[in-house]
Design a protein around this ligand. Structure first.
Ligand SMILES: [Zn+2]
Length: 304
């Protein structure tokens, strides 16, 4: 059972846009955690509720297909209502305009159009079209969907890997440049930006690289859009703390949760081969995910 909730009031948070403003005003970051089942969702949201901090649930294209695009929306809306707590839903890494439209139509709070692997011109074009669609829907229905763009390649895997993936550069020249960010935000109209600042998707055996905190601070200063840190699994907690202090407003975790869930589940099945009730099988896995989520949320919300 979690104790010592955050003393920061959540009043004024009415949607994801106001939640990001709230994070900015309080100098904190909102935790973004991916799910592909109900157990992980429960682990995340009950921890966020106990700590009195908002949270974002992420579903990648693959995770959306596993859960169901509308089912994910219904699950998150239902549990947010049940707990009376600010819990938002993001369509994580989305690679086509069709899938951006699908998530907006399903009522997601935000969508990431990930065109970082395309040329800069193509990235701007596809990102701009995603923003335009969100605005069209807003004009018709009033639904406010935030669009996040990606600038700089940080890999695409949420697995444990032997080495840094091909195409990911860590030297200052390969990282996202602050001036580029300002240009990209102005050209596309995005609300959120995911830069490459030494972060890598997935867990690297032997440790993930250090973040470039100075570059994060420069980008946060240059960007009118909120800065999002992807691929936080495996980064040192001192780096996470420094990244939030440097101006990151959303931090993404996926792989560490998957590792915690599967390791606890495998151990439980090994120790209890007679158990067949699904909710009993997954109890320790839920607790393992909750412990990871609690540690990260405490740091992001200045509680440690
Ligand atoms: Zn990501």
């Amino acid at each position: 059972m979690t104790t010592n909730p955050s003393p920061i009031s959540l009043s004024g948070i009415t949607n994801l846009r106001s939640c990001i403003e709230w994070a900015k005003e309080n100098g904190v970051a909102i935790g973004h955690f991916n799910i592909s089942n109900l157990e992980t969702l429960r682990a995340i949201v009950t921890t966020a509720k106990e700590l009195n901090v908002p949270v974002i649930i992420g579903v990648s294209e693959g995770e959306r297909d596993a859960v169901g695009v509308s089912m994910a929306r219904a699950m998150v809306a239902s549990i947010a209502f049940e707990l009376g707590h600010p819990i938002f839903l993001n369509a994580d890494h989305t690679y086509s305009l069709e899938r951006v439209k699908q998530a907006i139509d399903a009522g997601y709070d935000s969508v990431i159009i990930d065109a970082a692997k395309l040329s800069k011109e193509e990235n701007i074009e596809l990102t701009k079209k995603s923003v335009e669609y969100a605005k069209q829907v807003e004009a018709l229905t009033g639904q406010d969907t935030l669009i996040e763009g990606e600038l700089g390649y940080i890999g695409q895997s949420s697995k444990v890997m032997d080495k840094i993936p091909d195409g990911v550069g860590l030297d200052p020249a390969s990282l996202t440049q602050p001036a580029e960010v300002a240009e990209f935000v102005a050209a596309t109209g995005i609300d959120l930006i995911a830069p490459a600042v030494g972060n890598v998707h997935g867990l690297i055996k032997g440790g993930n690289p250090k973040l470039n905190i100075e570059r994060i601070a420069e980008i946060a200063k240059a960007s009118p859009a909120g800065v999002v840190l992807h691929g936080a699994s495996g980064i040192e907690l001192s780096d996470l703390k420094a990244a939030v202090a440097a101006g990151v407003r959303i931090v993404h975790y996926n792989t560490e949760l998957r590792v915690a869930f599967s390791a606890a589940l495998a151990q439980f099945i090994k120790d209890n081969p007679e158990e067949t009730t699904p909710y009993k099988l997954t109890k320790t896995a839920i607790d393992a995910v909750a412990a990871v989520v609690e540690e990260k949320l405490r740091i992001m919300n200045k509680m440690i």
